[in-house]
Design a protein around this ligand. Structure first.
Ligand code: KG4
Ligand code: ZN
Length: 336
């Protein structure tokens, strides 16, 4: 079964073809960074228009790369939410229309389920059950995963998501959008000089709160002459605080659930310091850790094609409705 996957929930137009037994066949992505960078963040209307421009050419190019004709495709998976409504509608309407034209089923995929299953695209995929840490621009969640669609939320962020905190802090340090990777690069030149808190780690529970770190960044910045080295040292302190906070909560989640497998996914899981700390912690705990390859940590079409393929194989499909949900709790997903 060949499944075409379409991702258009935010500022990346991404398309992939995944085969049920042969694995990932082809994937491609167009990033809208240049469209939004002059505004310092994603402009929803511009995102929708760019998806309209790019989606069909990308579908053609991925089919050409895969050496497939439309009649080889057995199903279409598209990101139906959560995300920007206009952006989602472009992917959903295109996917639904193509599926109708090609007389094949379509399936609506939850963007965060796509992230969660991205490590399944690797040579050594994790086995259920596991604890998943999902860290993206819009979400920070710890989930006990029993199987596809069997998700029990252990804790989430009460305010800013981890990626959002990276982006906002980066902005304060004068870095361009999207700030996460740029902040990480700046932090690599920083030294251990400032002490930032590890929010909500001094009490039980698996909730997160990252918005307070912004105040610390601002105060630290104002206490210096704001030289390049000062900013690098602040980036270092911020990144370490986020990494250690995630680490403490993941360790707690593994202990609480008695599970020995941790899966980490979403854009922020591309961060090397976070990966290093979590790797160290799981190895001490005698647990296994799994990440997607860095390019599949951030938004991509492969994870959507994979997740959709699993649901289509289980017989799930969407009716002719163009299904898009800007907000869509993961616990509303059916199990397989
Ligand atoms: O998963 P994703 O591509 O999109 C959403 O679903 O939100 O995540 C994007 C987020 C952005 O906030 C971006 O700054 C952050 O992931 N990010 C990083 C890194 N790469 C991407 N944050 C920290 N370090 C990185 N290397
Ligand atoms: Zn994402």
């Amino acid at each position: 079964m060949y499944v075409l996957g379409i991702e258009s929930s935010c500022d990346e137009t991404a398309v992939a073809v995944y085969h049920a037994t042969k694995g990932l066949i082809a994937h491609t992505l167009y990033s809208q960074i240049h469209t939004h960078s002059e505004y310092g963040g994603v402009v929803p209307e511009l995102a929708s228009r760019d998806h309209i421009r790019k989606l069909v050419p990308l579908i053609k190019s991925v089919l050409a790369d895969a050496d497939l004709q439309p009649n080889h495709i057995d199903g279409i998976a598209y990101t139906a939410g959560p995300g920007l409504m206009g952006a989602l509608l472009v992917g959903a309407a295109t996917a639904r229309s193509l599926a109708w034209t090609w007389q094949i089923p379509a399936i609506a995929v939850h963007h965060m389920e796509g992230h969660l299953l991205a490590p399944m695209l690797e040579h050594r995929p994790p086995a259920f059950p596991f604890v998943a840490l999902l860290i993206s621009g819009g979400h920070t969640m710890l989930i006990e995963v029993r199987a596809i669609g069997k998700y029990h939320l252990l804790g989430e962020s009460l305010d800013d998501a981890a990626g959002e905190a990276f982006d906002k802090t980066a902005k304060m340090l004068g870095l361009d959008y999207p700030g996460g990777p740029k902040l990480a690069e700046l932090a690599s030149r920083g030294q251990d000089r400032f002490k930032f808190p590890r929010p909500m780690t001094d009490r039980p529970g698996l909730e997160f709160s990252f918005s307070g770190l912004k105040t610390f960044t601002l105060n630290a910045l104002h206490a210096t002459e704001q030289t390049a080295q000062d900013k690098a040292d602040i980036a270092f302190a911020f990144q370490r605080a986020v990494a250690e906070t995630l680490n403490i909560k993941c360790k707690r989640a593994l202990q609480q659930t008695q599970l020995k497998t941790l899966v980490v996914a979403g854009g922020v899981s591309a961060n090397q310091e976070i990966r290093r700390q979590l790797q160290q912690m799981t190895s001490k705990e005698g647990a296994e850790i799994y990440f997607p390859r860095p390019e599949f940590c951030t938004d991509n079409g492969a994870m959507i094609a994979y997740a959709g393929c699993q649901r289509l194989l289980a017989g799930q499909t969407q009716n002719l409705e163009i299904f898009a949900r800007p907000r869509w709790p993961m616990n509303q997903l059916p199990s397989l």
